[in-house]
Design a protein around this ligand. Structure first.
Ligand code: 13P
Length: 300
């Protein structure tokens, strides 16, 4: 079902957990993740990377994800991730995205705020805006080894959130996209200071490689969304690499390969949801969300 991402996040935090957000490059993965969320009766977000959304087939994927989300029995949000280009933001929202990360983290403070305002003016109040303060190293689509850098300054947080009007705030606290160089050292002390200053829920990017116990406790620092991509890709790729030969020998059985692909994605999604919902009650998760009339508010 359609729901506003910020309301999903606030609702989930109220139950002591974060919403998992998974990057999707294809419909098979997305369907498997939604099935996992439906079985766990939990909301999820499906992320589309900006490189994907920059292509015509990527916009068609967003439209397909929109349909998938609307038909799901749990709240599902479709978010354009890490967008810097207003044209891509506009096209993605027209295609069906109901949330956008307007990512000005590599810009200076004022220009970052200006990007969030420009995105807001473009997409209107029914699209949920995440902003990012303090950049994360690493490529969003390819996993290489990265050293953490660029910690978010808690002293800037209150002003940034207030002036940008963002609904969610992504932060840099020792997290990276891709693989961590050495052990991940998440600065929970800084996260705590940021949480005290932020009027909106926080988002933890780069969840791949972060110990499970840290993922599970992030919501106690007002982290209401956790983004994961690399580990999901690892799970799917290792599954299809090991089974592709057998399916080829079995009469070029592409449907069989896709079943394995889907199974790997669903298992990964279920495991992540189990970590986030451990010791909490999932039975009330699907209730009470406002429908978000995103499609109807945009000009053709
Ligand atoms: P990872 O690829 O490190 O899991 O990061 C994903 C992410 O933060 C997407 O926004």
């Amino acid at each position: 079902m359609r729901a506003r991402l910020d309301e999903m996040v606030n609702h989930s935090l109220h139950h002591g957990r974060a919403v998992p957000a998974f990057t999707c490059y294809d419909f098979t993965t997305a369907t498997a993740l939604v099935e996992a969320a439906e079985e766990m009766k939990h909301s999820i977000a499906l992320l589309v990377a900006p490189r994907t959304a920059s292509r015509p087939d990527g916009l068609r994927l967003i439209s397909a994800l929109r349909g998938l989300a609307d038909e799901a029995s749990v709240p599902v949000s479709i978010q354009l991730d890490h967008a810097k280009d207003l044209q891509v933001i506009h096209a993605a929202v027209r295609a069906g995205a109901d949330a956008v990360l307007a990512d000005g983290s590599t810009l200076d403070f004022e220009t970052n705020i200006a990007l969030v305002h420009a995105a807001s003016d473009l997409v209107g109040p029914d699209v949920v805006l995440e902003a990012e303060l303090g950049g994360l190293p690493g490529d969003e689509d390819k996993a290489f080894i990265n050293q953490a850098s660029g910690i978010t300054d808690p002293g800037q947080v209150e002003e940034f959130v207030r002036r940008s009007g963002a609904h969610l705030l992504a932060v840099s606290v020792g997290n990276v996209h891709g693989h961590y160089k050495g052990r991940p050292e998440i600065r929970w002390d800084v996260m705590g200071l940021i949480a005290q200053q932020s009027q909106v829920p926080l988002v933890l990017h780069g969840a791949s490689g972060i110990p499970r116990q840290d993922i599970a406790r992030a919501s106690s620092f007002n982290v209401g969304k956790i983004n994961v991509n690399t580990e999901l890709r690892t799970e799917i790729l290792s599954t299809i690499v090991s089974s592709a030969g057998d399916h080829q020998m079995d009469g070029e059985n592409l449907a069989g390969l896709l079943t394995d692909w889907s199974g790997a994605a669903k298992l990964f999604g279920s495991r992540m949801l189990a970590i986030l919902t451990s010791d909490t009650d999932t039975s009330r998760e699907t209730g009470g969300f406002r429908q978000s009339p995103v499609a109807s508010i945009l000009p053709n």
